[in-house]
Design a protein around this ligand. Structure first.
Ligand code: NAP
Ligand code: GLV
Length: 309
């Protein structure tokens, strides 16, 4: 009976340390030092090697270290019938809301212009557009998208939200499904992507989408790199269809040193930090699920494997 930490590309030690402090009796294995594969009943994972999860015959739950589960679900050799859970925690929601609000304010208060002006010693004040006239369109109205939309409403922006199924959120003009996608986009000046990565949403940030936005719109992608067709972004920026982009996620991470995004004057880059999972905050819910699974109960925050999120 053991809990496996299989975190690739990040340091697993903070997880091991906090989990063992919270429950010193736990048998914790840190991949690749797994020991007997038959012992593993619960796996906490991030970017695991494809096919690896098949090696544990007694696995009863796969827990994502983050809110997204595409890194698990897109594994073609995922073992069948094992529940997959994700993190839902106010620390992630707060962090994402803050990040997006910061990016929206930075753009709508013309801060990019003032940074450029400063470099050339130019004093050129401008009135910002009234917030009620700036349409901020949030794609995805789940845990993170809904809270972000509410935060933007509180700041006085005109907020539009788009989801798969109908939603009602006070102060947000909501749209759903592909039939209403164009209508949503046509009123959007700042597009925020907070969708899960699924076959339906992969590549959704493309030239056709950008052309349907208000002219010179700004893009904020904080969801997954594969939502964006990267060449289309360059074309849209170079042709003035978009005025700029703030990107936190990329098709390949870390972003390769020779990637054209690094030097593009209209692209701002952050290294996948819009909402980091804090082991200290989230470990109790991982332990709660481990306990539930051992008692034969369904884990909480389970994802719908058919739907893909
Ligand atoms: P969530 O609670 O599962 O919400 C997903 C939302 O997307 C739902 O409103 C859903 O609509 C909508 N959606 C899904 N498929 C759609 C489609 N085909 N068309 C229109 N809307 C669709 O997810 P979350 O917790 O808010 O997280 C969203 C994503 O953010 C995660 O999957 C992850 O990839 C990303 N993320 C990034 C970071 C970072 O640091 N960059 C951190 C955390 C999360 P319905 O409600 O109608 O089903
Ligand atoms: C981060 O990208 C997450 O999915 O939590």
């Amino acid at each position: 009976m053991a809990l496996l930490i299989m975190i690739v590309g990040e340091d697993p030690e903070p997880w091991r340390s906090v989990l063992s402090r919270l429950d010193p009796s736990l048998d914790i294995r840190v991949w690749p030092q797994v020991g007997d594969v038959e012992d593993i009943e619960f796996a906490l994972v991030w970017n695991h090697p494809r096919g690896e999860l098949r090696k544990y015959p007694n696995l009863r739950c796969i827990a994502s270290m983050g809110a997204g589960v595409d890194h698990i679900i897109w594994d073609p050799e995922l073992p069948e019938g094992v529940p997959v859970t994700r993190v839902v925690h106010e620390s992630l929601t707060r962090s994402m809301t803050e990040y997006v609000i910061h990016a929206v304010l930075d753009h709508s208060r013309d801060m990019e212009k003032y940074r450029r002006d400063q470099a050339r010693k130019i004093w050129d004040p401008k009135f910002p557009r009234p917030r009620k006239d700036v349409g901020v369109g949030v794609m995805g109205l789940g845990e993170l998208g809904a809270a972000t939309a509410i935060g933007l409403v509180e700041l006085g922006y005109r907020v539009l939200g788009w989801s798969r199924t109908p939603k009602e959120i006070m102060g947000v003009e909501t749209f759903w499904g592909m039939e209403q996608f164009s209508h949503f986009l046509s009123q959007t000046d700042i597009l925020v992507c907070l969708l899960p990565l699924t076959p339906q949403t992969e590549g959704i940030l493309n030239l056709e989408t950008f052309r349907r936005l208000r002219p010179g719109a700004f893009l904020i992608n904080v969801a997954r790199g594969r939502h964006l067709i990267e060449e289309d972004l360059i074309v849209a920026l170079d042709q003035g269809i978009l005025s700029g982009a703030r990107l936190d996620v990329f098709e390949v991470e870390p972003l390769p040193a020779d990637h054209p995004f690094w030097d593009h004057p209209k692209i701002q880059i952050t290294p996948h930090v819009s909402s980091l999972t804090e082991p200290e905050a989230v470990a109790p819910q991982i332990l709660e699920n481990y306990g539930r699974v051992l008692r034969g109960l369904e884990p909480v925050n389970q994802v719908d494997l058919q739907r893909g999120y």
